[in-house]
Design a protein around this ligand. Structure first.
Ligand code: AMP
Length: 421
């Protein structure tokens, strides 16, 4: 299939050609024709599948065909997404695909002064990309009206719920016109999402892509079994390999990300952290440095990394194994994008072995074990992080099981374990 056969208008075709897109991805070829007719859509797809263009292209085309007064622009399409990084990237995508159209896109998100955002809104905007909190804030202040929104996109709905935005989303829905097209995207479809989608979509076309296997298949994966206390040394060893031009390293916590960065910097490995405690400017700067290859290693938490799109990222390193198997797929999906090669290496300690089992079940494959390294797992029976077992189903922020106070003390002894010879 070609973009031509999707009946796209010339200015969009031209922009896609300039972007170097040769043919639509599966989610695009399924979603675009239906979305162009104005029908609602329920898209089960994650970042990395080309889903942004799958909703951005039909929005741009529909808005471009409407006759409006360009001196008095109204927000005709609203895209709500859970994180600032994602919002910024979606805004950039709209600007790229719409660069030959007379449409204005703007983005609002929290963590930065609102003045610039308000100024842009005052100048008139056709397409608004937003995170929920800042959007509601600006609505409450009277800077944003949603009464002209004809196309609404709820992006990464599952993550939105995980991050506790459900009430914000419900408030937004009340402010949107009933008569509208809704495009709903979620990487996973747990029951709450099915319920939410059922309450806001009318006769949607369901489109689904299964990047789980397709993404995973083309990524080279490896697992290192290692004691928790040796992960830092192992990371340094792995990064000694000069073939690794740049790597995105995932930690579970913000504190962990900072510690890893500090340790790498001490070893003269250029690294920066990106997580929710950093100001928006610091996050953008870190991301920019990484994209420009000024920083070799970007250490990120899951929420901050959601949607990070770095061209030709070759290595993802899971410094800690996520307890939600889908998170593993999201993480490693940062590499191997749009047909490129990628490698995902994961450090697994004894406690994380059960998360690894869940991941292998989800991706339906065994991840090859890297046997040759200096820090093989010795401590197979570390203290359990939580009594009673059972998986923590709190998907918020990748929350792994919490250690009980007394046990977390005892785990300290593991970090002092001597390096095996
Ligand atoms: P997304 O899932 O929207 O985050 O897109 C993932 C990556 O794929 C982004 O870098 C896009 O620029 C790229 N992309 C999207 N659609 C296409 C396409 N049809 N051909 C090539 N690359 C694409």
């Amino acid at each position: 299939m070609t973009f031509n056969s999707l009946k796209l208008i010339q200015p969009i075709l031209k922009a896609l050609q300039e972007e170097g897109y040769e043919s639509p991805t599966p989610i695009q070829s399924q979603a675009i024709p239906t979305a162009l007719t104005g029908r609602d859509l329920l898209g089960c797809a994650q970042t990395g599948t080309g889903k942004t263009a799958a909703f951005a292209i039909p929005i741009l085309q529909q808005l471009a065909k409407q006759s409006t007064d360009s001196r008095n622009r109204k927000i005709r399409s609203l895209i709500v997404t859970p994180t600032r990084e994602l919002a910024i990237q979606i805004d950039e995508s709209f600007r790229s695909y719409g660069r030959h159209l007379d449409l204005r896109t703007s983005v609002v998100f929290g963590g930065v002064n609102q003045n610039r955002q308000v100024r842009e809104l005052k100048n008139g905007v056709d397409i608004l990309v937003a995170t929920p909190g800042r959007l509601l804030d600006l609505m409450n202040q009277g800077h944003i009206s949603l009464s002209d929104v004809g196309i609404f996109v709820l992006d990464e709905a599952d993550r939105m719920l995980d991050m506790g935005f459900i009430h914000d989303v419900k408030k937004l829905l009340k402010a949107l016109p009933d008569k509208r097209q809704t495009l709903f995207f979620s990487a996973t479809m747990p029951p709450e999402i099915v319920k939410l989608s059922g309450s806001i979509l009318h006769n949607p076309l369901k489109v689904e892509v299964t990047p789980e296997s397709s993404t995973v298949e083309k990524i080279q994966q490896g697992i290192y079994f290692v004691d928790k206390g040796n992960k830092k040394k192992l990371l340094v060893d792995v990064l000694q390999n000069e073939d690794i031009g740049s790597a995105l390293v995932f930690t579970r916590t913000k504190r962990g990300a900072n510690q890893v960065v500090k340790m790498l910097n001490k070893k003269n490995i250029q690294a920066e952290a990106i997580h929710g405690n950093k100001s928006q400017n610091a996050r953008q700067k870190a991301l920019g440095n990484f994209k420009d290859q000024q920083t070799r290693v970007l250490v990120a938490t899951d929420i901050a990394a959601r949607g990070i799109d770095v061209d030709e990222l070759q290595y993802v390193i899971n410094y800690e194994i996520p307890n939600i198997p889908e998170t593993y797929v999201h993480r490693i999906g940062r590499t191997g994008r749009a047909g490129a090669d990628g490698t995902a290496l994961s450090f697994c300690d004894a406690v994380e072995k059960e998360y690894l089992r869940d991941i292998e079940k989800l991706i339906d494959q065994r991840i090859p074990v890297v046997e040759e390294h200096d820090y093989p797992l010795m401590d197979n029976n570390p203290p359990k992080p939580q009594q009673g077992g059972g998986r923590n189903h709190n998907r918020n922020g990748g929350g792994r099981r919490k250690k009980s106070g007394s046990r977390s003390n005892s785990s300290g002894s593991r970090t002092r374990r001597r390096r095996p010879s």
